[in-house]
Write a protein that binds this ligand. Structure first.
Ligand code: G1P
Ligand code: ZN
Length: 543
């Protein structure tokens, strides 16, 4: 087998975003595109000679091809071993777990998360560090710098490695260890949760439905929910991963998780419904006829986690991304827990978890997780919910009602304005930034602005600073508007407008969320001059 050195030159736009490098699949398939980025990862982490890496992805189109290229490049770089999920599959949390459990030097995850897959859709490559978490800014910065300076990459000339069954194969001097993608992860879940209690709940007639959305969690959920916990066969729907996710968006929200919504809003709905996304790190939770907002979900999990054996000793602290509602803060305050506010993106939780400052964390974008791995974890959230329902003997609606009665309710929604011209979106943010200091004391849609700032974060562990992480407008009475531009989009800019309002009055708890936030939404439009800058009056997505 020959080690080839291929001359190349920097390709524009290979700057990792909120979660690795995400581009159109066809862009990744262009000559040298993937190779340049992978070589830049190697260069950014000081080479791969002698290292052990994990590799896998969500099964989307091009993932199997990309895996073979990465294996040949790892071999050319002198890596000792790559641990690959069978069929190049690994959910993001399972990859994080493997990186940690096997004491490796990190890993590469091939996924564009909840974005659609296929030749005309999206693909992504993300590097995770030895702690199992997404590379922090200093590492992604070095990778990006390497993409700007690259002159050549190295790749072995070799046949495809057989990834179809477990076992260890040679690729030049490197070992390729193909592992069952589910086994280690399922064992970890058995350590954290009371499988007997959940099993008893299910045996007692409590019905669940889990929508894998034709994505990576299918095999995980089938093994754990149906085989190990005894949920009725067929409880996991859309269970077979497909390269194009069956043509859908593998995004667990009320818009895209159609089959789950139909089941949970139908006649005789199951007691509990859930879905996960393309790569298995997001979750959506439902009760009969009821959607649980992710910001509420993380608060409920924090308030009740001690029902699960893995958290029986209590929580060290909690964290949420800044735009996530402050429902979690209410729990932390009542329970005397530290509560950190971080920028958007899971990577910012890494240091807090590594340093033992927090046990549990979450984001409004359907991400929840804990210190068991260094990624958010969809199935983990589902199992913790089930463990809590088993432990409390309550159903989802009852648990939510009790939660709001104890902690108050933070009404919350996110309005997304997609595919805006980048200059217009930036002009909106610049304009608002410029007027921000003059806003406190003014009124919009009948709401008085109390304070306004732009979120900057100083990591309490390593002192690193992340600036311009979103503009926050605080309204009198506990309302809040946050505006920021997405860092994961692949087309133009997406303006995210996060709306929140607080109520302690039980008579309001049953209100429709969009109705309850209508005045906050109007205030956001006025204050940020959304129509003036973008021409839009309505969001594309209300999440
Ligand atoms: C989005 C979510 C963010 C999440 C990220 C990766 O990022 O908002 O919470 O961590 O996807 O899943 P954004 O597009 O807003 O930058
Ligand atoms: Zn994801």
């Amino acid at each position: 087998m020959e080690r080839l050195t291929i001359q190349t030159r920097p390709i524009e736009g290979q700057k990792p975003g909120t979660s690795g490098l995400r581009k159109k699949t066809r862009t990744f398939m262009e000559p040298h595109y993937l190779e340049n980025f992978v070589q830049s990862i190697w260069d950014g982490i000081g080479g791969v000679a002698g290292k052990v890496l994990v590799l896998g992805g969500d099964g989307r189109y091009f993932g199997d091809r990309a895996a073979q290229v990465i294996l040949r490049m790892a071999a050319a770089g002198g890596a000792a071993r790559v641990i690959v999920g069978q069929g190049a599959l690994l959910s993001t949390p399972a990859a994080s777990h493997l990186i940690r459990a096997r004491g490796t030097d990190g890993g590469i995850i091939l996924s564009a998360s909840h974005n659609p897959g296929g030749p005309d859709e999206d693909f992504g490559v993300k590097f995770n560090t030895p702690n199992g978490g997404p590379a922090a800014e200093d590492v992604t910065g070095r990778i990006y710098a390497a993409t700007r300076a690259i002159e050549a990459y190295h790749i072995l000339e070799a046949q495809d490695v057989d990834l179809s069954s477990p076992g260890t194969r040679d690729l030049g001097d490197m070992a390729v260890e193909v592992v069952d993608p589910v086994a280690d992860y399922a064992a970890l879940m058995e350590e954290l949760f009371d499988f007997d209690a959940i099993g008893d709940l299910l045996a007692g007639g409590f019905r669940v439905v889990f929508d894998a959305m034709h994505a990576v969690t299918g095999p995980y959920a089938t093994e754990i929910l149906e085989r190990r916990l005894g949920a009725a066969p067929g409880s996991v729907i859309n269970a077979r991963p497909k390269p194009d996710f069956g043509g859908g968006h593998p995004d667990p929200n009320p818009v895209w998780a159609r089959d789950l919504m139909a089941a949970m809003h139908g006649d005789d709905p199951p007691d509990f419904g859930a879905a996960s996304d393309g790569d298995g790190d997001r979750n959506m939770i439902m009760g009969p006829g009821m959607y649980v907002a992710p910001s509420d979900s993380v608060a409920v999990l924090a308030a009740n986690a001690t029902h699960a054996p893995g958290y029986a000793g209590g929580l060290k602290g909690v964290a949420r991304s800044m735009p996530t509602s402050r429902a979690l803060d209410a729990v932390a305050k009542a329970r005397g827990l530290d509560c950190y506010e971080t920028p958007t993106g899971w990577k910012f939780f890494g240091n807090l978890l590594d340093d033992g400052r927090i046990t549990l964390c979450g984001e409004e974008s359907a991400g929840t997780g804990s210190d068991h791995v260094r990624e958010k974890d969809g199935l983990w959230a589902v199992l913790l919910w089930l463990n809590i329902l088993a432990g409390t003997g309550k159903g989802v609606p009852e648990l939510m009602a009790d939660h709001w009665r104890e902690f108050g309710r933070n009404f919350y929604t996110r309005h997304d304005f997609e595919a805006i011209e980048t200059e217009k979106a930036e002009a909106l943010m610049d304009d608002l930034r410029g007027r921000m200091d003059g806003l406190p004391g003014t009124q919009a849609a009948g709401r008085r602005v109390e304070a306004a700032d732009e979120f900057a974060y100083t990591d309490p562990v390593d002192g690193s600073v992340a600036e311009r992480q979103g503009i926050r407008l605080y309204l009198e009475g506990g309302g809040r508007i946050v505006l920021r531009l997405s860092g994961t989009g692949t087309q133009g800019a997406t303006l995210r407008v996060y709306l929140e309002d607080r109520s302690d009055d039980p008579a309001t708890f049953g209100r429709d969320v969009q109705d309850a936030l209508a005045d906050v939404a109007r205030a956001a439009h006025e204050l940020a001059r959304i129509e003036h800058h973008t021409g839009r009056t309505e969001p594309d997505v209300r999440a």
